[in-house]
Design a protein around this ligand. Sequence first.
Ligand code: IVH
Length: 677
Amino acid sequence: MSDIQQRLTELRDQINYHLYRYHTLDDPIISDAEYDQLINELRDLEAQYPDLVTPDSPTQRVGAQPLEGFEKVIHPIPMTSLGNAFDDADMRNWLARVGRLLPAGMTVKDLEFVVEPKIDGLAIALTYENGRLVQGATRGNGVEGENVTANVRTVKNVPLRIPATPDGPPAPAKIEVRGEIYMRIADFNRFNQQQLEKGEKVFANPRNAAAGSLRMLDSKITAQRPLALYSYAVGYVEGVKIGSQKEALDYLRTLGFPVNPDILTTHDFEEVLNFIHTWMERRDTLPYDADGAVVKISDFALQQELGVVGNAPRWAIAYKFPAREATTKLLEIRTNVGRTGQITPYAVLEPVNIGGVIVRQATLHNFDDLAKKDIRAGDTVVVKRAGDVIPQVVKAIEDLRPPDSQPYRPPTHCPVCGEPTARLGEDVALFCINAACPAQLIRQIEYFVSRGAMDIEGFGIKIGEQLAAQGLLKDIADIYFLTRDQLLALEGFAAKKADNLLAAIEASKQQPYERFLTALGIRYVGGVVARLVAEAFPLIEALQQASQADLETVEGIGPRIAESIVEWFSRPANQALIEKFRRAGVTLQVQRSTFNVQHSTFNGLTFVITGTLPTWSREEAKAFIEQHGGKVADSVSKKTDYVVVGEKAGSKLSKAQSLGIAILDEAGLKQLAESAT
Ligand code: IVH
């Protein structure tokens, strides 16, 4: 029996350690298969000796019997909330108040601050006795919370035993650890999508999903939800002296608790503010939702001295980021017709202020999504606006739905040309398949002349609409047959404007062939793909004759892209279009010099471009790097070799600095190219 007991302990220790490596350090040291072998052995043994199953066994992370309700738990030390600041002035006022309450002889210059991200989840208090997790409790009203022990046991990075690492300090007799249970954004999106597909409840945001999941009476369901913990405080501990917040975080880390790596400790209050500003800018690139930053005065003796007012300690404050979500009324569902004829729904909203921006419209993605979420005109909806992303309708609040509301029905006819709509293949999207639909033409023109395509300066969408309405543009190639007289006859066109536009159109005939390929607006053929295609098929005649198999031999072109290209060139209307471009004198082949530059100087190097460069546009810098054989990535990581920075470089620059990546300006980039040749 004792052999069995010993093997069980050994297996549990090993498995707990590997779970810690995987979920807390994000750095596993065994394969999934090896892990499975260990956990299977443990399961088999426990099945044979059910009496020897312990609550801290990793097999118990799958959940327990459903509960009738949650027991109440009185917090031995209340879980307070935090005062809020909304700008730097609020922060300075807070510091000034603190300054007035400091002991004689001390000033704010003597303070040490700890700045932590304020993750938007649910506060939790975890109690461990002799190294074993014995209780998990929600914050509740701060004095009394709910016992959710069975549920927290299923959260993958919550240690069931501490220390969770072999070199950690011995477990204290008793400790209460506080932190936040949350859901990462990627996990939340995946989870919500699954819910949608199963026809089950979707959540408005990761916070609600985390809160809902942690408060399930059936912990087996919680076990299926991708929850995680970040710990940020020690409520109390027996027999261990901790003097400050900084020490508390270090102690938690050595015990094997997950602690957010993005925490700043400093004596400099200006650095506190700068750090928070950088955070606010980086917000959209974080893997989790943070609704602010918490600034804490580190020293525990001072915390004691400063005390609590009402429900909030004086020694800490939350700097709240601008809101990103609001509820408002959806007035009407309308549709747009895109360049490829795709029809997409959007919502017209009762204007609402989200984090300082008035939002009047929001995307509804596609008709499938809209149907699954059952969003209707008249609904009160949750609208989300994150960074540069187009505002989106997340969900409808069904309880507030007017009794006479009707489910939305997708259009059977194109809202612009009135022809019947269709679904193409397996695509969930709805299309107007009338090639002569004016909405499509206008979108095509808009794209053709845009900066990433033929870059015809002065050719705005208004002009495109005017010309199409006059019947002067029936397809995109007509742009090259416009006359001075035709332009002068348009409203708002004087001689100078007409001449400038004609000159810009003329100049665009010399745009590189790959830009022309991009400008055609073939599905899936953006700048990057167009370049690959141009290199492999330097003459348009060759491309026109290429089969799907020919195209697929090109590195970087898969069946989906190949099919789309072949399909596009097979249409007689498009063949006629190419003929028209040829007559107009547009460049339809690679000008050799474009590709003649030294190819290999930047071979194997990855660059990230950020900020505004003095003379080059981002596209130009990118083309330069690629022409020299380098790669350009969107975000900075350990794999980045150089970051090219211009004015107003933001979080990418700070990330590069923190990773110790080489930084160049535009001149430095040119030099590097020369020195490498
Ligand atoms: S400290 C007195 N630190 O914010 C200290 N709270 O209003 C009280 N929160 O729901 C909490 N991240 O769960 C603290 N790094 C952090 C936090 C944090 C998120 C939440 C906490 C509570 C609310 C406090």
